[in-house]
Design a binder for this molecule. Structure first.
Ligand code: 6PG
Length: 257
């Protein structure tokens, strides 16, 4: 049964700091390889910069040599493209720390056919996690953001990916963006030991309240419910300022009904 945490911190800087504390504590206490799926978009950039900042403690504390970096989703672009989630994380963090090259497992968004990129990434996951059957990989930590439409990773409202039970990685067409995206699927996201949502900004406030107090099973972010892990929501005050009430446990059981 998932256990859940929700924290509201004053601002984006506090959000990055609190997330860095959580990631560092988990990575340092983990034995062996520590697997983390990074989120894209703009919100985590400050966090990534902080983790790599030589003036902060995290860079010295983190066991970069045994951390393995994956992505929750990617845009159909190459690693040098301004829209690349890989590029953002590389520039903000990975190029500034001693992480072995082979520990960086990016999604090949440049592949001409997004479905091929998804199949290739799934094959890489199966090899890395030594998966023989249909059991999804178990990430130590999955970072997620949320759009003002309630999408997370690249699982958008009404997407067929919401019902995907078999694939580990999918390449849905996103009509509102008129593009394909490559994304980890719900079986993978919900098999993580920890899922950490970072949500910042006034523009997310209505959706945050909808996710907790609106119609269940409506917005993709509501489908994130790690079966045997910890779900943590980290908001800054601007993102949480319309949150009427939260009863995490009953909320989760309602979603299931
Ligand atoms: C992406 C992300 C996506 C993101 C949300 C929030 O590739 O865009 O992975 O799911 O987390 O869109 O984005 P912002 O942080 O920019 O608001």
């Amino acid at each position: 049964m998932a256990s859940n945490l929700l924290e509201i911190v004053p601002d984006p800087s506090a959000l990055a700091n609190r997330a860095a504390q959580m990631i560092s504590a988990q990575a340092v206490s983990a034995e062996g390889p520590f697997t983390i799926a990074l989120s894209g978009g703009s919100t985590p950039k400050r966090l990534y910069e902080l983790l790599a900042d030589p003036r902060a403690d995290y860079r010295k504390q983190l066991p970069w040599e045994r951390m393995h970096f994956f992505w929750s989703d990617e845009r159909p672009v190459g690693p040098d493209h301004p829209d690349s989630n890989y590029r953002m994380a590389w520039e903000a963090m990975l190029s500034r720390v001693a992480v072995p090259e082979e520990n960086v497992h990016r999604i090949a968004g440049e592949m001409l056919i997004a479905e091929d990129a998804a199949v290739a990434y799934e094959s890489g996951l199966r090899t890395f996690f030594r998966i023989a059957n249909d059991e999804p990989p178990r990430f130590d930590l999955v970072l997620l953001g949320m759009g003002d439409d309630g999408h997370t990773a690249s699982i958008f409202p009404g997407s067929e990916v919401l019902h995907e039970k078999r694939k580990l990685v999918a390449a849905p067409w996103v009509e509102k963006l008129r593009t394909y995206r490559i994304t980890l699927t719900l079986p993978v996201l919900n098999n993580a030991a920890t899922v950490l949502f970072l949500v910042s900004g006034e523009d997310k406030a209505s959706m945050v309240n909808q996710v907790f107090n609106g119609e269940p099973n409506t917005f993709p972010a509501q489908f994130i419910d790690p079966a045997n892990g910890l779900l943590t929501w980290l908001f800054d005050e601007a993102a949480a300022n319309k949150l009427r009430k939260v009863n995490l446990r009953s909320q989760i059981s309602d979603l299931k009904s």
